[in-house]
Design a protein around this ligand. Structure first.
Ligand code: NAD
Length: 228
């Protein structure tokens, strides 16, 4: 089976009611990244940071996958499909996608403040000061904050090297190293971009300038047609 690798960002979840970061009604309009999404912020004001992610978790648990997430599942009929998402929600999994790699962590998990490898499932539960990991350390969100290492970038780069087709959906390509993944995709592998805005990408790419809710279906139909 040929491999389709898909890189998604906040835009694919926008039509599920989850705010993106950089659009005019996005989260950065309400919060400063330095106050809620860095380790320094967490050291300075852990309650504010925990509350910020508790609110994100509540938002995600009210949300349902949209047509963009659902269309990607159809691709599995004909292709070996790997999703690499920058999103911390679980809407790809809820829609039924089988292989999802989270680059920036997951809201449904927490980890020890002392040991990055001690990860626990929390589902929709909140994290509060005083909540402890099994090693006795404070629980923190299992999120890659700005300035922190991205442990899944190496497996993601390997997946991109093996891609026969590559699709980018709903990301402003502003956040590195995720935005650099496209450069691992072989030059001979066709690429698509689905985003209602113009996103600067320095390689040949088929552009579908639409929201995920309508644009993803067009790419999926084309890929399924090619797979015949
Ligand atoms: P971003 O906010 O920088 O960019 C969002 C992109 O989505 C923009 O290019 C915008 O034009 C596009 N977009 C908006 N509505 C869309 C729609 N309906 N369909 C398709 N595209 C649409 O987001 P980013 O590039 O993902 O980077 C921000 C960081 O914040 C990432 O780490 C991201 O995962 C994280 N984040 C995650 C969530 C989530 O888990 N759902 C939400 C907000 C931010």
């Amino acid at each position: 089976m040929k491999k389709v690798v898909i890189l998604t960002g906040a835009g694919i979840s926008a039509e599920s009611g989850i705010k993106t970061f950089r659009d005019s009604d996005g989260l950065w309009e309400e919060y400063r990244v330095e106050d809620v999404a860095t380790y320094d912020a967490y050291l300075r004001n852990p309650k504010l940071v925990l509350d910020f992610y508790n609110a994100r978790r509540r938002e995600v648990f009210k949300a349902k996958p949209n047509e963009g997430h659902r269309q990607l599942v159809r691709l599995e009929e004909k292709y070996d499909v790997q999703i690499i998402t920058q999103n911390i929600d679980n809407l790809h999994e809820q829609a039924g996608s089988s292989h999802v790699l989270h680059l920036h962590g997951e809201l449904t998990k927490a980890r020890s403040d002392r040991d990055d490898n001690l990860i626990v499932e929390i589902g929709d539960k909140e994290i509060h000061l005083g909540d402890k990991a099994p090693d006795g350390a404070q629980l923190r969100p299992h999120i890659v904050w700005f300035g922190e290492a991205v442990p899944n970038i190496e497996p993601a780069a390997k997946m991109c090297e093996d891609a026969d087709y590559f699709v980018v959906i709903g990301t402003s390509m502003n956040v590195y190293p995720a935005a650099g993944l496209i450069h691992y995709v072989p030059r001979t592998s066709p690429c698509w971009l689905v985003d209602p805005k113009a996103v600067p990408i320095s390689r040949a790419i088929n552009i579908v300038q639409e929201k995920a809710g309508t644009g993803v279906k067009k790419v999926v139909d084309e890929l399924l047609q090619m797979g015949k």
